[in-house]
Design a protein around this ligand. Structure first.
Ligand SMILES: Cc1cc2nc3c(=O)[nH]c(=O)nc-3n(C[C@H](O)[C@H](O)[C@H](O)COP(=O)(O)O)c2cc1C
Length: 192
């Protein structure tokens, strides 16, 4: 699949078939997520792969999202902020959240490339998830990612158009001064 196709194909899937994704594909996706970027090249992430059905059911309860229980595998992305905080102080905690987000997105894209569906779940009790998975107190639970193969066919929601998220030179200038000069009529590809 081409890069653009992977990006556009990825969507949050919340209804899974009973087929289980291959653990080799999961390792492939985590390995790609490990390619960065990371501040100071400090990869602070750790992934717990949950296959046990009872643990998956318990995680669904802790998320208060019953559909999570239908996933055959869940990836739990965790961060250890200690080293980044030692290096960069308070800013290190910000870097930690940012690079976790970047890595999780890479992970979901890599899964998409392998035709595995997923959903980034961020709503759960950190404390109870830590307790259930024996995660140390100082570790952040960044995301719970149920994965599988979509049952049915959901639509990916519409996305923000280019003109609603751009400005030029300053926050307040929303048009590139020369954007509509001769020869530029077709660009950028504004959507309705
Ligand atoms: C930080 C974060 C937290 C999210 N938490 C949840 C969640 O708890 N439950 C859920 O069903 N989807 C969750 N999502 C998925 C979003 O709902 C989804 O990305 C959004 O609706 C856009 O749909 P798409 O992913 O198909 O493009 C989360 C996404 C992000 C980035």
């Amino acid at each position: 699949m081409k890069f653009e196709e992977i990006i556009k194909k990825r969507k949050s899937v919340r209804k899974f078939k009973s087929k289980t994704p291959s653990w080799k594909d999961i390792l492939y996706a985590i390995d790609l997520a490990n390619q960065g970027p990371f501040a100071g090249n400090q990869n602070h992430l750790h992934y717990i792969i949950v296959e046990d059905h009872n643990t998956i059911k318990a995680l669904a309860q802790l998320c208060e999202q019953h559909w999570v229980a239908d996933a055959k595998i869940i990836i739990v992305a965790c961060s250890d902020d200690t080293h980044l905080e030692n290096l960069y102080g308070e800013r290190g905690r910000i870097y930690s959240r940012q690079q976790a987000g970047a890595a999780i997105h890479t992970l979901t894209l890599a899964l998409t490339e392998r035709r595995i569906d997923s959903c980034w779940v961020g709503s759960y009790s950190d404390e109870l998830v830590r307790e259930k998975l024996k995660i140390p107190q100082h570790i952040q639970v960044e995301a719970i990612i149920p994965i599988g193969f979509e049952a049915g066919k959901s639509k990916k929601p519409a996305k923000k158009s280019l003109e609603r998220c751009l400005s030029w030179e300053t926050w307040t200038q929303t048009r590139r001064p020369t954007m509509f000069e001769e020869g530029h009529e077709d660009y950028p590809p504004f959507r309705g």
